[in-house]
Write a protein that binds this ligand. Structure first.
Ligand code: ING
Ligand code: ZN
Length: 319
């Protein structure tokens, strides 16, 4: 038991608590865990990634992130649950899981996440102030980080109005948070000692809500040539979630299943980083509580996230 340590899955935690949890794991499990400070948010908060790896040189790299959108509190909670499981139950896990290099970023948008705790529970974007409106003089805040990635940026399903929730920014990777992630994954940060391979085997981004397992493309209603492989793994993930007592998630490409939206992280991970198995998972619930998911549902929802992840890693491992 981690006596004295504050992280648990019966409450939602602030960013610094989550960062302390990563540092704690790196300290207690140094042969398995490494923390990277990959950069800073607009307001100067650190952005941290935990690498979980047994050091086997043939491991495949898999990226997991959470907290791209501030108000989707279940996402950082589920991602920290996954970290805890992977590390604490490492020896009990499958060969696939043990021979994977996990790069896990639980809170990619710490400024927005903190703002959703302190000021506006339903905040979505980051917190960078924008140019005043020419007519009204009003200053609006924030870019939708899931419209700011560089593949087909601005193509469809975005707003160019800085006051809107889906404002895609002035250009691809205009935001420190998306840039920091891109630069780390592309491996051109000088303080990063062991470089990520340029190609991820899988990319999994956790959002909420709606209970969907989504794969590219998001920018328009077309699917990639290998979509049958992505669909098969997504359908298997749906069944795995049911087996852990969860609801039946809906699987499909994001533009077809939800709505077209360009500049999403999963499209970029597939197109630019070669992450064949690239997914956005919309965790629970189905709309009853929406973003305001009660904390008593964290554990069950996190089990669903873990069940889906295990299927995706296995698919990436076998292909
Ligand atoms: N939904 C996602 C959003 O960013 C999505 C849906 C997934 C869009 C993948 C583009 C690509 O709008 C939430 N809830 O954030
Ligand atoms: Zn989201």
């Amino acid at each position: 038991d981690r006596s004295g340590f504050r992280l648990n899955w019966v409450a939602y935690h602030r960013t610094t608590v989550i960062w302390d949890f990563l540092e704690y794991f790196a300290k207690v499990y140094p042969s398995l865990c490494t923390v990277y400070n990959i950069g800073q948010s607009y307001e100067g908060r650190p952005i941290k990634v935990l690498k979980i790896s047994n050091g086997n040189p043939t491991n495949k790299p898999v990226w997991i992130d959470g907290g791209i959108h501030a108000r989707e509190w279940i996402s950082p909670a589920a991602v920290t649950y996954i970290i805890n499981h992977l590390v604490a139950k490492f020896e009990e896990e499958s060969d696939y899981i043990q021979n994977t290099d996990f790069y896990v970023a639980p809170v990619l948008n710490p400024d927005g996440y903190e703002y959703s705790h302190s000021s506006d529970r339903l905040w979505r974007k980051n917190r960078r102030p924008q140019q005043p409106d020419l007519v009204t003089g009003r200053v609006c805040y924030g870019i939708d980080l899931n419209r700011n990635f560089g593949y087909k940026w601005g193509y469809d399903g975005v707003s160019h109005n800085s006051c809107h929730d889906t404002f895609c920014g002035k250009g691809p990777f205009s935001e420190p948070e998306t840039r920091v992630m891109r630069d780390f994954i592309k491996g051109n940060l000088s303080q990063t000692l062991d470089r990520l391979p340029k190609k991820l085997a899988a990319y999994v981004s956790f959002h909420s809500y709606g209970q969907y397992i989504l794969y590219p493309w998001g920018y328009m209603k077309v699917v990639p040539p290998d979509y049958l492989d992505l669909k098969l793994a997504a359908d298997q993930a749906v069944e795995a979630i049911v087996r852990v007592g969860g609801p039946r998630y809906t699987a499909g490409s994001s533009a077809v299943t939800l709505y077209p939206a360009a500049g999403g992280s999963d499209d970029w991970a597939k197109a630019a980083i070669g992450a064949k198995y690239s997914y956005t998972i919309e965790l629970g619930d189905n709309g009853r509580y929406g973003f305001l998911l009660p904390s008593k549902l964290i554990k069950q929802t996190s089990k669903e996230a873990l069940a889906a992840l295990r299927v995706i890693v296995e698919a990436a491992y076998l292909k």
